[in-house]
Design a protein around this ligand. Sequence first.
Ligand code: GMT
Length: 379
Amino acid sequence: MKIGIVCYPTFGGSGVVATELGKALADRGHQVHFVTYNQPARLDLFSENLFYHEVSVSNYPLFDFPPYELALASRLVDVVRFEKLDILHVHYAIPHASAAFMAKQILLTYGIYIPVVTTLHGTDITLVGKDRTFKPVVTFSINKSDGVTAVSEHLRNDTYNFFEIENDIRVIPNFIDLNRFSLKPKDHFKKAIAPSGEKIIVHTSNFRKVKRTADVIKIFAKVVEKIPSKLLMVGDGVERSYCEQLARDLNVCDEVRFLGKQDAIEEILSVSDLFLMPSESESFGLAALEAMACKVPVISSNAGGLPELNVDGETGFLKDVGDVDGMAEKAIYILEDEERLKTFKENALARAKVFDLANILPAYENYYIEVLERTKEKA
Ligand code: GMT
C-alpha cells in the first residue's frame, strides 16, 4: 500500500505512535509518506520506503494566525495526486482530520477518492476537542472519516459520550518496539546517578498540567523519607520551573535531577526502579508502557485508559487522581522489598509484551484493508 501519515512531528505521544507505525509499515514493504511541518522527531533513519513532505505556511504579514490547516490540506492534495496514495492516516483529530476532509473534497474534483482513517489519541478528545471552540469541527470530521480508531476502550467511550458520533470506532492500543525498549546494561550510569545504591524513580512527560508533575515531586518527597532514592524528571514543558521550585520547597532538590528532553529514554529507563504517572487524564499512557518494557513497574492514577495497561497489584498500582499519600505508600511497598520489586519488574515486562509492535501492527494493516474494501466503489 501507499500510505500517507499526518501527525505532529514532536516528541508527544501521538507523533511518536504515528512515526513508529510508519517506520514499521515501511519495514513491511509499504510505501509511507509523512506530511507535516517538520521532520518527525523519531524519523531518524533512512529507508527506501519512507518519505517526508514538508508543509510550509506563508507568513504573509496579514496573517496574525498563519493558516496551517489550509496549507496542510493543499499539501495533502498535492502528495495524494502525485504520489498516488491509497489511503491517508491522520493522527490527532485537530486539525488533521478536518484538513484531511478538505483535501478529500478537493481531490474529488480531480476524480480521486482518498479514504481517510483518523486515530484519536487523547487530549484531542478529552481536553481540546470537547472545548466548544472545536467541538463542531471535531464531531464533523470524525463522522466524515472513512475509519476511526482510538487508543483505548476508555477513549472510545469518552468520544461517544462527548460527541454525537455515528461512526464505529475501532480500538487499537499503543504499541512498543521491544527491540528498542528493553533493559540495557547501563550500570555506570546507575552508579553516577545513585552512587550509594539508592533506588531510582523516574517520570517522563511534556510537563503539561494534565500530567500533574507537581504530584510526582510530592510523592517522591514522601518516598525519600523512607527509602534512599533519587528522582529523574525527563522532559520539558510549562510546569517544569514550578516543579523545580517545589523540589526546593520540599527540601528534596539534591535528590531530584531535571534532565530535560532526552532521545535515549530507554537508557534512562534501564537504570530505573519505579515509574510515576499521576496524570489527571491519560488515554493510554505510552510513557508508562515504555517503562514497563524496560522492566520498570508503574505507580499511576486510575484515570482514562491507564487501567487497561497497568494492572493493579501486579505491574504496579493505581490510585485516584491526586492521592499523593496512596501513591507514595504503594511506591514504598514496592521498593522496600527486593524480592517484591523483582516480581513487579518481571510482571511489568510480561504485560508490556501484550502490546508488542508485532501484535498491534497487523491490526492497523487489516483495518486499512477493511476501509479500502468498504470504500472501493467510491474510488
Ligand atoms: O498528552 C500527551 O502526553 C501527548 C498526547 C499526544 O497526543 O501527543 O498523548 C496522548 O497520546 C498518546 C499516544 O496515543 C497516549 O499514550 C497518551 O496517553 C495521550 N495523552 C493523554 O491522554 C494525556
